[in-house]
Design a protein around this ligand. Structure first.
Ligand SMILES: [Fe+2]
Length: 293
């Protein structure tokens, strides 16, 4: 039976920053309504998506219907590489962290990824891993890693992603042992940014849930532009397959608090057996390059 409890998201971090991190490691989920700053950031990012696809119409959420699949994902790849790599986006991350009481230089960051969930995209065999229920930790991410998800446009539940909070502390059958970070990135750095740059990827290389689940509680994300969701990557969650007649765009990035990481503090590991760690490739925020544009 599907129970939806939107109020399960808290909308304020505790006043004490240590307590904030502790609560996240214990499974707290936060949904911050858009602020002036987060809305400006979402608007700037979405404007870039709109500008990039302007040759194919005014609404980037419909561009998927104006290009063939290969051409579309080629364009998406250009945007994804830009958002991930360019210093101006690293500065945006630092500003958003600071607004929420995180000291940027105390954290390492896995930079912004543009998420593109197309209408009917789940029918592409090579896209299957996008929709696997998973924990981010199954991909060799630190157990103290936090995910920050920013809505670029109004996002309905059907085109969004959802949490299964009762499994935060409960193991599920999975094959995360197949994931070894070193061999994952050594052949192709683009893999690190994730699927959607890769035409010929192998879905079998991605860890997946190996049981059916019947969650008592399902928490879908419904968001307005500039709304921010913050959660431990150890949560079991899933991007939803959709046929909404338009593409869902969003941004997310991940942070790891350095001192917590070195102290071994983070979410409990209930079932992750992935090997290696992404941590060494996380960006330091205390030495950001100047804006390049
Ligand atoms: Fe995830």
């Amino acid at each position: 039976m599907k129970t939806v409890i939107p109020e399960a998201f808290a909308s304020h971090f505790p006043a004490d920053h240590e307590q904030t991190r502790r609560s996240l490691y214990q499974g707290a989920l936060y949904h911050f309504p858009a602020t002036t700053q987060s809305k400006a950031m979402a608007t700037a990012l979405y404007n870039e998506v709109t500008t990039h696809f302007a040759a194919w119409g005014d609404d980037p959420r419909l561009a998927q219907f104006a290009l063939d699949n290969d051409a579309y994902y080629r364009e998406i790849g250009v945007l994804r590489r830009r958002f991930y790599s360019e210093p101006r986006y690293h500065h945006m991350i630092a500003a958003l962290l600071a607004e929420h009481g995180f000291v940027p230089k105390q954290n390492r960051v896995d930079p912004m990824r543009l998420r593109v969930v197309t209408d009917g995209g789940y029918q592409l065999p090579q896209a299957a891993p996008v929709y696997y229920p998973h924990r981010d930790t199954w991909y060799a991410n630190p157990h103290g890693q936090l995910t920050w998800w920013l809505a670029l446009h109004r996002t309905e539940a059907a085109e969004s992603f959802e949490f299964y909070p009762e499994y935060f502390a409960k193991p599920v059958a999975n094959n995360s042992e197949i994931f070894a970070y070193h061999s994952w990135v050594k052949r192709n750095w683009d893999k690190k940014i994730g699927w959607q740059n890769q035409k010929a990827d192998e879905p079998a290389a991605y860890p997946k849930l190996q049981q059916t689940i019947a969650p008592e509680t399902i928490l879908p994300v419904v968001a307005e532009p500039g709304d921010l969701i913050v959660f431990a990557g150890a949560h079991l969650h899933r991007t939803l397959c959709h046929d909404q007649g338009r593409t869902r765009f969003s941004i997310d990035f991940r942070t790891v608090h350095e001192a917590d990481h070195h102290a071994g503090t983070g979410a409990p590991n209930v079932d992750d057996r992935s090997r290696g760690s992404t941590y060494a490739d996380h960006l330091r925020l205390d030495n950001l390059q100047e804006h390049t544009r």
